[in-house]
Design a protein around this ligand. Sequence first.
Ligand code: GLU
Length: 405
Amino acid sequence: MDWIARRLEVIEPSPTLAISAKAAELKKKGEDIVSFGAGEPDFETPTHIREAAKNAIDKGMTRYTAVSGTVELKDAILTKFKRDNGLEYTRNQVIVGTGGKQVIYNFFLATLNRGDEVIIPAPYWVSYADIVRLADGVPVLVSASKENEFRISPADLEKAISPKTKVLILNSPSNPTGSAYSRKELEALGEVVLKHKLLVMSDDIYERIVFDGFEFCNLAMISPELKELTFIVNGVSKAYSMTGWRIGYGVGPVEIVKNMDTIQSQSTSNPSSISQAAAEAALKGDQGCVLEMARAFQKRRDLIVRLLREIPGVEVNLPQGAFYVFPYLTGVYETQGFKKLSASSEEKSKSKLFCAHLLDKYKVAAVPGIAFGDDEALRLSYAMSENDIQKGVSRIAEMVRDFSR
Ligand code: GLU
C-alpha cells in the first residue's frame, strides 16, 4: 500500500531523540548506561516555576488561551527582550509555541516556497535541515571548520548565497559545538545579510548558558536594520531546565508572526495553558537559578574537555556555551582496532559505527557527528553529574585503548 506521503522520503526521525529513547530503553532493562544523548538539563525545574504551574491549575487556568500565547506570557517575553537584549518589540510581534522546535517549524512553513534556499552553517543541529525540507525548502550547508572554532566568515556566507537564498540560520551558542559569535563577528556577517536582504532565523535557545564571561549577542542587537530582517527563536527549556513543559517563543516581523499564528491555529492551537503560566514565572522571576545552572555547566565543560583531551587521537575545542562538546575522532579512526571493526561492518558512516559500538559494548550513548553534518566527530551532551561524566569518558577512553591494542 502506498500510504505514506512523499515528503517522508526526504527526512528521518530526530537522531538525538532516537538515541535518548534507545538509552532509556536499555536503562529500563537494567543496563548501566551513561547517556551523553539528547541535550536536556538534568536539574529540577526551579521551585518557584513549579509553584506557578500548580497555582495555574488551582486557579482554573486550564482552558484554551489565544493561539499565539497569553497576554501575560507575551508581556513577560517582551520584558525579557528589553532586559536581556535591549530589544523592543510589540505584542503582535510575539508568538509562543510548543517548544522552540515548533516555532522553528512554523517559521519555515510560513516563509518558504518550494525551492527556496536556506543557508545552514555546519555542523548544525539535527533538525534544521529536515524541517527546511519538510517546508519544501532546500538546505544549503556551509562548512564552519574547527580551525575557525566552527564559525562561518562573511566570505563563506557570501559564497553560499544564490538568487534563491531566502533565509540564513544562526545558532549561537551552537548545538552541537558550543561555539558562539562575538558582536564583532556578527557585525561582519550582518553586512552581508544587509547587502543581500536575507531573512535571518536566529536560534538563541542557549543564550543564557555561556562561559568565562562571554557576552551574548545576536544579529537583531547589532542595528535596527538587522533587527527588521531577524526572527529570533528562544524558549525556556534550556535556560530554566524546562524541556518537558514545551514552551518556545519567537519574535520578529509582524507579517511573519501573523502567518505563523494562522498555521498554529490550524494545527496545534495554543501551547499548554499551565506551561505558559510556568514560563511566565520563569521569565519574570529571579534569574539567579539560570546563573547557578550555567556555572554548573561551566564546571562540567572544564571537566569533560580536560578528560577528553587526555584520550589519544581525540581532539576537542573549548565550547563557549551550551552543554555540548564535539570531539574529533580522526586519530581514533586510524587505529588498527577501528579499521578492523569498520572492515567487518556494513555501516559506511564512521561516527555511526563508533557510536553503535560504544553503546553496544561500552554502554555509553552519544550522537554520531554525521547527524550534525560531520562524520569525523561525535556529540556529547554533558548535562549530567560530574561522576557520570567521569564514568562515561573513562569508558570512551577504554574503547579507544582497546582499538589501539
Ligand atoms: N535539542 C536537544 C538536542 O539536540 C534536544 C533533542 C532535540 O530536540 O534534538 O539534543
